[in-house]
Design a protein around this ligand. Structure first.
Ligand SMILES: C[S@@+](CC[C@H](N)C(=O)[O-])C[C@H]1O[C@@H](n2cnc3c(N)ncnc32)[C@H](O)[C@@H]1O
Length: 285
C-alpha cells in the first residue's frame, strides 16, 4: 500500500487514530488541530520518511516499539508560532520585578519557558535583562539562567542554533538597533544570537502533559507557559499545571499568555496576583 497517506486511509479513520493518540500523550485538544492542516502535514511527514500505513497507524495507536514516532509526529504537527518580545510587558515585568525579588533571597534565578518553540521567548528574556543596564539590571543578567522546553525537537534545534531569518515572522517586534546589539549577521538575511546569550540558554525536550519533569521540585523561580495551554484539553492543562506547580519554588511565579484565562489553582497552591498590570500565579508557602 504505497502512495500519499491521504489516499490510503479514509479521512475519518486517519485523523481519529492520530488525534486520539496525540491527545492522550500530549494533552492536545481536537479543536486545536485543524483537520485540513493536519492532513496535509501528516501526508508530507509520512512521504518524507517513506513510511507506510502500518507504521503510521502503529504510531498513532502508541505501540511502545514506535513511540518515538509519535514524538516526531507531535513535532511535525505542533503550532510553533512565536516571535521575539511577544507580550513584552510581561517579559519586562519578569526581569524588572520578579527576578530581582527572587534574587533578594536566592543567589540565582531559574527561569523556565515551557513550550518555548524555537527559543524566541528564552532569548527575549535574556536580551531584556541585558538591556536593564548596570546595577541591579546587571545582577539580573549575571544571575539568571533560562531553560526552554518543548515537544518539538526540530524547534528546539533551531532554538539551540539561535539562527533566525529576517524574512520570517520572528522579528516583527524587533527594531534594527536591537537586532544589531544582540545578533550577528550571517548573510542571506540570517542572524545568529550572540554567543554570550546563547551560552545562558538551555533547551530540553519535555512533554508538559507527561509524568517526568526536567526540574527537581521547588527549583524554578519563574515559569512562562504562554500560548501553550490554549491548545490543550482540560486534562492536559491539569497535568501541565500540576507539573509546573511542583517545579516552582515557594514564592515562584507562573505567567500564562496575555489572552489566556488565568484562574486561581488552590489545590496546586497557586494564588492569583496582579502586579504592575500583569496577571500571574504565585506559588504559596
Ligand atoms: C504557539 S507556541 C508558543 C511559543 C511561546 N511560548 C510563545 O508564547 O510565543 C506553542 C508551543 O508549545 C509546544 N507544545 C505543545 N504541546 C506541548 C506539550 N505537551 N509539552 C511541551 N510543549 C508543548 C508546541 O510544540 C509549540 O512550540
Amino acid at each position: 500500500m504505497k502512495g500519499p497517506v491521504s489516499q490510503q486511509l479514509s479521512v475519518g479513520n486517519r485523523l481519529r487514530c492520530l488525534l486520539q493518540a496525540l491527545q492522550a500523550e500530549f494533552g492536545w485538544s481536537q479543536e486545536s488541530l485543524n483537520p485540513a492542516v493536519v492532513d496535509k502535514k501528516l501526508a508530507r511527514w509520512a512521504a518524507s520518511r517513506g513510511i507506510d500505513l502500518q507504521e503510521l497507524v502503529a504510531a498513532a495507536l502508541g505501540h511502545d516499539s514506535v513511540r518515538p514516532t509519535l514524538w516526531e509526529l507531535a513535532g511535525a504537527l505542533s503550532v510553533n508560532e512565536t516571535y521575539f518580545f511577544r507580550g513584552r510587558h510581561q517579559l519586562e515585568w519578569v526581569v524588572r520585578e520578579a527576578v530581582p525579588e527572587r534574587l533578594r533571597s536566592r543567589n540565582r534565578a531559574v527561569l523556565w519557558s515551557a513550550g518555548c518553540s524555537s527559543g524566541e521567548e528564552v532569548y527575549s528574556l535574556l536580551f531584556l535583562a541585558a538591556e536593564e543596564g548596570t546595577g541591579s539590571g546587571e545582577e539580573v543578567f549575571e544571575k539568571m539562567v533560562v531553560f526552554g522546553t518543548d515537544v518539538d525537537e526540530c524547534a528546539l534545534e533551531r532554538a539551540q542554533q539561535g539562527v533566525y531569518s529576517e524574512r520570517s515572522f520572528t522579528f516583527r517586534a524587533t527594531d534594527r538597533a536591537v537586532l544589531k546589539r544582540f545578533f550577528e549577521p550571517l548573510g542571506g538575511g540570517l542572524h545568529r544570537v550572540k554567543e554570550e546569550y546563547r551560552g545562558r540558554a538551555f533547551f530540553v525536550r519535555d512533554n508538559l502533559a507527561g509524568a517526568e519533569s526536567p526540574f527537581l521540585p521547588g527549583t524554578v523561580d519563574v515559569c512562562l507557559c504562554r500560548n501553550v495551554l490554549y491548545y490543550m484539553t482540560a486534562d492536559g492543562r491539569r497535568k501541565a499545571l500540576r507539573k509546573i506547580a511542583r517545579a516552582l519554588a515557594a514564592g515562584g511565579y507562573l505567567l500564562l499568555g496575555e489572552r489566556e484565562v488565568v484562574e486561581e489553582q488552590p489545590e496546586l497552591g497557586l494564588q492569583l496576583l496582579n502586579s504592575g498590570g500583569v496577571t500571574v500565579l504565585r506559588k504559596g508557602g
